[in-house]
Write a protein that binds this ligand. Structure first.
Ligand SMILES: Nc1ncnc2c1ncn2[C@@H]1O[C@H](COP(=O)(O)OP(=O)(O)OP(=O)(O)O)[C@@H](O)[C@H]1O
Ligand SMILES: [Zn+2]
Length: 288
């Protein structure tokens, strides 16, 4: 059995083949340009590398409910050409295998939940803090969706006293993504996140907003584990600060696992998405 994965991001698509244990046999990175150009490269990849099923995680927003007329579409993205694009419909015309369709963060969450850091627990949340912020919720070993997929990166937070940073999101006056994602760190400091000193005070601010988000996720979903990944979380010094602020904000309201096992880095590193795609392909095959 050879499984396929697509991690469809706003900057690049990764297509890969591998097996159900998460071994990646082959992968390619394709720049996200126009749907015609990028999808032609995706089609060519799976023609050259035949697979038995494909798991797809896409940037969005996307239609995830099968009874939604826009199921399988990338819906309202401002990315030129991709709004209202029937991704799944296109793929079905080019590959004749079972497909699993979800968001990029749900795909990564599934990888971590099946064979990554959350493999031993049924409820986990995967949060990526990168160019944007997204989160995927796994509830009882399944991807959680509501009326549509969640948009937890845009949760509202409390502005810290003295923080007059203009929220870096065109929709909200304050939200997690706008206050704490990589571009917000860039605007706050005038430097790329990776060049900001480890002890710069901006990290305490970023950690505070992420800690608030972890409290909100805890009281909303009661996960066993919260996984923090993405470019910003390469700053490992954030973890202890987030745990400390999380404990202060939760203030003993409910019991949670030991914090160094509750708020954790990803187990699969930069591979969560691709591995998740392979495992979603396996799921599609088992449901076909
Ligand atoms: N070592 C680092 N420390 C702090 N910030 C970093 C670091 N490396 C990358 N970043 C920031 O993370 C962001 C990129 O995030 P990431 O590497 O997760 O890629 P991405 O795929 O573009 O993100 P997204 O998942 O939102 O699409 C940039 O804003 C970058 O400045
Ligand atoms: Zn927002």
């Amino acid at each position: 059995m050879i499984l396929g994965a697509i991690e469809a991001g706003g900057t690049k698509f990764v297509c890969a083949t591998g097996d159900e244990t998460g071994n990646v046999f082959d992968r390619v990175s394709i720049p996200t340009t126009t749907p015609a150009e990028t999808m032609a490269a995706v089609d060519a990849y799976f023609k050259a590398h035949p697979v038995d099923a494909i798991g797809i995680g896409s940037f969005g927003p996307i239609g995830v409910n099968p009874d939604d007329p826009k199921y399988g579409y990338i819906t309202t993205t401002p990315k030129p050409g991709w709004g209202d694009f029937d991704f799944l419909g296109h793929l079905k015309q080019h590959v004749d295998v079972p497909l699993y369709w979800t968001t990029d963060v749900n795909e990564a969450a599934y990888g971590e939940a099946e064979i990554g850091i959350a493999k031993d627990v049924p409820n986990s949340i995967y949060v990526t803090i990168g160019t944007g912020v997204g989160a995927g919720v796994i509830s009882h070993n399944e991807i959680f969706n509501g009326r549509t997929h969640t948009e937890l990166g845009h949760m509202r937070l409390n502005r810290l006293p003295g923080d007059d940073f203009e929220n870096n999101c065109p929709y909200h006056d304050i939200c997690l993504e706008g206050m704490a994602a990589g571009p917000a760190v860039g605007k706050r400091t005038g430097k790329a996140g990776k060049d900001v000193a480890e002890d710069d005070p901006v990290w305490a601010t970023v950690a505070d907003y992420i800690a608030q988000a972890c409290v909100n996720l805890t009281v909303s979903f009661a996960p066993d584990t919260i996984i923090l990944n993405g470019g910003v979380m390469k700053q490992k010094q954030l973890f202890p600060i987030i745990r400390e602020k999380f404990a202060a904000y939760l203030n003993g309201y409910e019991e949670v696992p030991a914090l160094d096992q509750y708020i954790v880095p990803a187990g699969l590193g930069d591979n969560s998405g691709v591995v998740g795609g392979l495992l979603l392909a396996k799921l599609a095959l088992s449901e076909a």
